[in-house]
Design a binder for this molecule. Sequence first.
Ligand code: GLC
Ligand code: CA
Length: 575
Amino acid sequence: MSAVQEKWWKNSIVYQIYPASFKDSNGDGIGDVPGIISQLDYIASLGVDVIWICPMYDSPQHDMGYDVSDYEKVYPPYGTVEDMETLIAACHSRGLRIILDLVVNHTSHEHKWFQESRSSKTSPKRDWYIWKPAKYGANGNRSPPNNWRSVFGGSAWEWDEATQEYYLHLFCVEQPDLNWENTEVRQAVYTSAMEFWLKKGVDGFRVDTVNMYSKDPAYADAPITSPGSDTQVAFSLFCNGPRIHEYMREMNDVLAKYDAMTVGELPSTPTLEGVLRYVSAAEKQLNMVFSFDTVDLGMGKDYKFLTKLRNWTLPELKTVTRRGQDIFNGTDGWTTVFIENHDQARSVSRFGSDKTPELREASAKMLAMFQCTLSGTQFVYQGQEIGMVNAPEDWAFDEYKDIDSTNYYHMVREMSNNDPAQLETAMQALQHLARDHARLPMQWSAEANAGFSPESSAKPWMRAHDNHTEINVRAQESDSSSVLSFWKKMMRLRKEYAEFFVFGTFELLDEQHGEVFSYLKRSKEGSVLVALNFSEVPQDFEKPVGELKLLVSSAEESERAELKPFEGRIYTILN
Ligand code: GLC
Ligand code: CA
């Protein structure tokens, strides 16, 4: 099988860990590195190959560590650099690899580089960030250099009283953008953020917001898509700028010395050609990227929360899935498979059903089958393997901690003058799409705090889901029909049939069917059929020519021809 000669990261399953919410070892209510170490045997038991740790660097935590104040230190509540060294060694001794999050589009405003940069206009580091003078209207009113809206809402520019200029922050005010045009900045990033950790043995990086380092140098206004607003969506002007591929290649030269794996986060790049420029092996830039097609389904264009609930259709999911699968078809590129991460609500609540325990379990298993039969490097987010779901509908706004959620809610409150109906709509959107849902404590057991923090400890930083008494690792580990057991089985099957599931090509069947998602995975050795019922009622499905042999069903074995609600099946096709 050709799979054997392929790069190790292609046939790998990556397990993503959010340090604050994974396991709290010392009872302060915050997850930590020793907590991760204590669960490595569990992680290894899943059958995954790599762990990815979200930012554990020192940070004032305005954006949960994506605002790094020191790349060479660990956020003290999470632990120390020594703890990280222990974690790296403990992973390697179990045959697991470990990758970190590389957050270098911006730093924290508390990073010493920014402190120096903002100290005066003549600071040697002034040019390390993006500073621009104000614009003044006829009436003398000051306004930002352009109308760009930050990803978290509001202007992307912040006025600095002391030096009388604006600085750019594509994310929150406390995340000033680095100026990648400056060679010294790039070298400092390579040394401090990358090589410091590569030398300690990390196996690669997930590269945050990877296409935003090069901005359109004109800094022109973005086209008006929300009339009446003084800020506009500006992704087209700050993503994929003219120098981005030069930066990627330069960065890759450093990474290549360590044979590091890279997966870049690639928003706003909808075309195949656009993606391939980053991931074609000949380009020597990134190994693979996360495209947003699937996880953005149903989100509002102007504001992600400004949308209807479940505002997507199954044929749309099919189209975006095919787009992701086609990235490596006939090219030298590679692709990824994921439907959850720390920026997304839970997939069962978005794409399956959390209405009843039966539907929840059935859809969690069906989605596991979906992910495990798609080609590319697979990413599983903590808690996904036990079918964790969104926070309940009756949780109040103050249970939501994420800046993305709170900024939006406060904006609606302000703009609507506290209108209860609009606030209710905003709450519903948060309950459906907020990033907070992925950040609830990992549900280890039915005990208090879901076994995340010891019983006697401080309140966890986010409230544990009320359903942890039902959905938890301990209960599922000993139950052969649990979501967890099914995930393990599917991950084994993925490896066993890697030529179909990891490396096979994807062929959509019955494209317009609104309830059943079915496709063939083809390899030199033949084809397998995957049929997934995305609805709450039984469904018939189209069968290709050839004799079908059932390989696995996500539901209890049944003689019925129809798929049960949210059932998935895989057949081998004998010709
Ligand atoms: C990425 C991260 C997200 C963070 C943002 C800014 O999208 O995944 O969590 O808020 O970058 O760093
Ligand atoms: Ca702790």
